[in-house]
Design a protein around this ligand. Structure first.
Ligand SMILES: [Zn+2]
Length: 124
């Protein structure tokens, strides 16, 4: 894996748009302001560190509950893109559970989150 391509993002976005649950996640005013205040690079660093802390380990006792529903633009992006927990990574991105994520997978997930945030705020 590695950065998601334009074509893969198009297909993924199309699949996500058919899920009522995923489609309801959008940045609110506060999250948008926060994202713009920090800037794209800083937000990308936050995404990388959240993924490493909350998704990358092979064993996550609270899997499915590790990503809050609001409070940080990256959390919203994770729910919107099916990258919020290892079960969703399995279902939406075919990344299997019960093993540590690879560096390539971390890069891929970060790029998916940033695609969403680009459309919501940075390149909107
Ligand atoms: Zn999930």
């Amino acid at each position: 894996m590695g950065n998601i391509t334009d074509d893969e993002w198009k297909k993924l976005r199309e699949r996500l748009s058919r899920s009522a649950f995923r489609s309801r996640f959008h940045l609110g005013g506060k999250e948008r302001e926060y994202a713009l205040g920090k800037g794209r690079e800083e937000i990308e660093r936050h995404a990388d560190s959240f993924i490493r802390a909350r998704l990358a380990p092979g064993n996550i006792p609270n899997d499915g509950k590790q990503t809050p529903m609001k409070g940080h633009p990256v959390f919203i992006a994770e729910h919107a893109t099916g990258t919020c927990c290892r079960s969703c990574l399995g279902k939406w991105h075919s990344i299997e559970k019960e093993r540590a994520l690879t560096e390539g997978e971390i890069e891929y997930i970060t790029s998916v989150i940033m695609r969403f945030l680009d459309e919501e705020v940075f390149k909107a």
